[in-house]
Design a protein around this ligand. Structure first.
Ligand code: SF4
Length: 162
């Protein structure tokens, strides 16, 4: 059976995520954002609440490229967790382990930006919008289709191509 249009889309994002120049651009963007956040100095209390979306009443939105990039870099144990998770109905992120992020080094932009520290509320929306714009431009520069998607729904779709 020929691949469906949706399968073609995910193949496109996985192929893009494996390109060296896209990998370098994404890592560079995350690093730059990390430097800004470090300067701002928010506190993370390691409550783990931010990764339990339904309980905490919020959602994580990312790009399909970011999802493909993460999924292509997780280890076999994490792949197996992803395959067996009840996505998209699960409350929290399948990569959370004992309140910590199991994919910390490769987590998407939205996870890097989010802090429940009240002192972060003044700047985090502006910072997020600015880097989301940069991420959008990264897509354009590298000829990648831009899709903004809820994390668990995106993981559910991307895992079909593991
Ligand atoms: S990727 Fe990491 S930080 Fe982001 S929601 Fe999942 S466990 Fe939390």
């Amino acid at each position: 059976m020929p691949p469906s249009p949706e399968q073609d889309h995910w193949r496109h994002w996985h192929d893009a995520a494996r390109r060296d120049e896209v990998d370098a651009a994404l890592r560079g963007l995350y690093e730059k954002m990390g430097e800004e956040i470090e300067r701002l100095g928010p506190t993370c209390w390691l409550s783990g609440k931010c990764c339990r979306f339904d309980s905490y009443g919020h959602q994580l939105w990312v790009t399909a490229l970011e999802i493909a990039w993460v999924v292509d870099r997780i280890d076999e144990g994490q792949r197996s967790v992803l395959r067996s998770s009840d996505l998209p109905g699960v409350d929290g992120c399948p990569f959370q382990v004992d309140k910590l992020c199991g994919v910390h080094a490769i987590r998407p932009l939205g996870c890097r930006n989010y802090f429940c520290d009240p002192n972060a509320q003044d700047w985090q929306n502006e910072l997020y919008e600015r880097f989301q714009d940069e991420l959008r431009r990264l897509h354009t520069t590298h000829g990648i289709e831009y899709r903004y998607i809820e994390w668990r729904r995106g993981l559910d779709a991307a895992r079909l191509h593991l």
